[in-house]
Design a protein around this ligand. Structure first.
Ligand code: SAH
Length: 304
C-alpha cells in the first residue's frame, strides 16, 4: 500500500488545530516535529520560520476514496489558515516500507535526566537508576521531542519528593504524570481539555503500570478547583496565555503552603516576563528556571 504524507509547518498556537484536522483521516494519528521540515528533505520548500514552530505530520492510506480525504484535509486547513495563517501543506507519496520508517523515525529512545523514554516499538538499554517511560504517542502531544517537555521532566526530577500529590494540567500523552509517578509521587491527577489526549494518557498510564497512582480526567483548572484539595506540586506545560489565565483564576490557591509549581510552554523574553508576573501575582515566588534554546520552564513556590 502507498501512503500520502501530509506535512504542515505552523506556529505552535495553530499546531493543535491542524493536528485535529489531519487526525480525522490519519488512522495512526499525527506526529509533531519540533521546527521546520526535516533536513533530509532538501526538495521541500523551507520557508524561514520563527523558533516556536512545529511541523505536524500525518499519513493517509491511499486506499479507495483517498482523493476525497485529501480534498477535505485541504479544505479544513484552508479554513484554519484564515484564522491563524501558516504555509500550505506539503504532500509526498510513500511506499509501505518508507511509511513505516518515516513514521517511526520521528520517535527514538530519548534520555532526559533520569528518564528513558521508549516508544513502544523501540528497544532501550537500561542502566541502574534509569526511570523508564514507555509511550505510544498516538495523536496526543508529549513524546519528549519538544524542548518544553524535556525541561519539565528535568525540573520535576529535581523538585518532586516521594509521596507528593501532584496535579498535571494539560497532560497530553501523560508523559509528565507518568514521570511524576516514576519519581515516587503518591498520587497524580492528570487533566486535559482534549478527550483524545485523556484517552491516550490513560492507555500510557496502564502501559507503564502506574494507573493505580495516576488518574486522567477531562478538564482543566476549574475541575481542579472544584475538587477543593490542595496539592504539593503542579505541572503545567501549555502556553503563556493559558498559564497566565490559570494564575489569575486561582492556581496559587491549589497549592499547599510550601508547595511548588513548574510551568513551561513559552519563550524567554516577553512571554517569560508575563508568566513571571502572573506567578508572582498568584502569590508564588519564582525560584527555578530551566531553559533550552529559547524555551523556558519556571519553578515557583508558595510561601510556607
Ligand atoms: N504535558 C505534556 C503535553 C503538553 S501539550 C508535555 O509536557 O509534553 C499541552 C496540552 O494541554 C495539550 O494536550 C492540550 O490539549 C492541553 N490544553 C490546552 N489548553 C488547556 C487548558 N486550558 N486546560 C487544560 N488542558 C489544556
Amino acid at each position: 500500500m502507498q501512503w500520502l504524507e501530509i506535512a504542515v509547518t505552523a506556529p505552535m498556537e495553530a499546531a493543535e488545530a491542524i493536528a485535529e484536522v489531519l487526525s480525522r483521516y490519519a488512522p495512526h494519528g499525527v506526529a509533531f516535529d519540533y521546527g521546520p521540515v526535516p533536513a533530509e528533505e532538501p526538495d521541500w520548500e523551507r520557508p524561514a520560520l520563527p523558533r516556536d514552530t512545529l511541523t505536524v505530520l500525518a499519513y493517509l492510506p491511499m486506499t479507495a476514496g483517498w482523493e476525497d480525504a485529501r480534498q477535505r484535509i485541504e479544505e479544513g486547513l484552508w479554513h484554519l489558515c484564515q484564522i491563524l495563517p501558516f504555509p500550505p501543506p506539503r504532500f509526498r507519496v510513500l511506499e509501505e516500507e518508507e511509511w513505516a520508517e518515516a513514521w517511526k523515525a520521528h520517535y527514538d529512545v530519548l534520555r532526559v535526566g533520569p528518564f528513558v523514554i521508549r516508544p513502544t516499538w523501540r528497544r532501550a538499554e537500561l542502566r541502574p537508576g534509569d526511570l523508564l517511560i514507555e509511550l505510544d504517542p498516538g495523536m496526543a502531544f508529549g513524546t519528549g521531542t519538544h524542548p518544553t517537555t524535556r525541561l519539565c521532566l528535568q525540573a520535576l526530577a529535581e523538585w518532586l519528593r516521594p509521596g507528593e500529590r501532584i496535579l498535571d494540567l494539560g497532560t497530553g500523552s501523560g508523559i509528565l504524570a507518568i514521570a511524576a509517578a516514576r519519581c515516587g509521587a503518591g498520587w497524580v491527577w492528570a487533566l486535559d481539555i482534549d478527550p483524545v489526549a485523556v484517552q491516550v494518557a490513560r492507555e500510557n498510564m496502564q502501559r507503564n503500570g502506574v494507573a493505580d497512582r495516576v488518574e486522567a480526567t477531562q478538564g482543566s483548572l476549574a475541575e481542579a478547583l472544584a475538587r477543593g484539595e490542595r496539592f504539593d506540586g503542579i505541572l503545567a506545560n501549555i502556553l503563556a496565555p493559558v498559564i497566565v489565565q490559570f494564575c489569575e483564576q486561582g492556581l496559587g490557591a491549589l497549592l499547599r503552603p510550601g508547595g511548588w509549581a513548574i510551568v513551561s510552554g513559552f519563550l524567554s523574553g516577553e512571554q517569560e516576563a508575563a508568566v513571571r508576573r502572573a506567578l508572582e501575582g498568584a502569590g508564588l515566588a519564582v525560584c527555578g528556571r530551566w531553559s533550552e534554546e529559547d524555551w523556558v520552564a519556571l519553578g515557583a513556590r508558595r510561601g510556607a
